[in-house]
Design a protein around this ligand. Sequence first.
Ligand code: SF4
Length: 302
Amino acid sequence: MSTSASDYSACTLCPRRCGADRRTGVGYCGMGAVPTAAKASLHKWEEPCIAYKNGAGTVFFTGCSLHCVYCQNNVISRELHGAQTSSDSLADIFLRLQEQGADNIELVTPTHFLPDIIDALEKVKPKLNVPVVYNTGGYELTETIRLLDGLVDVYLPDIKYFSPELSARYSNAPDYFDHASAAVEEMIRQVGDLCYNDEGGLLKGTVIRHLVLPNCRHDSIKIMEWIAEHTTSEQVLVSIMNQYTPFGFIPDSFPELKRRVTKMEYNSVVRRASELGLNGFTQEKSSADAQYVPDFDLSGIK
Ligand code: SF4
């Protein structure tokens, strides 16, 4: 696969492989051929090894190929709030975040703009003395992730679902786990074992995030078991998230998603992860609040 701008002409960057000509229209992800983002700033609400001093230098990209019915970042994923930029501007944004003291450059939901992101990273990588973090919902093609080899230092993928029924119901992606698990294995192959600086900041490695959903603890536990079986604690940290917030836009046909996760549900997943010897992070219940959704005010982009 080349990574020229022509990739946008019949796009197959993600598992949707919808083939959209994004120079004249948009794909399933809602985005055309111009990289678009909603915020670039220092962001403190990340795992302690990702935001350990001044905060991650986070760039939130607009659009998403998953469209989960309960999306916690709906304003940018489906309402498509954002400002257009370019690969040159992205390169400047990355350097500016570094100048501001960012602990890293964290790209959030970036894959549908990969040709421009690779272009920007190739321009600035020699000037960056902080790691590049790739934060993704996990619905990725292995061959697309392979294009990032040598450009990304830390992978921060979700594994959202194990069951095809669940991923079909909530994200219209029955093949989610097949792609996410293969992509995570490719990520680990690229960045290898976890490596930290003296301040506990992650320089290399993979952190797998999992957001526990209402009624889904058995699925969550299967994900923990897969991680234990297919990765080592030298390679991977696991972040078990408790911040699920039922926003008002969830359709009435998903009544089970209209409540928060109970203590019993969350703790049962954490307990199993601990029994399996997984290392990583848990979250306080107080994190389940809309105030933790960033204000997508286009700052740092325009
Ligand atoms: S990145 Fe967007 S346009 Fe490309 S295949 Fe995925 S959904 Fe379709």
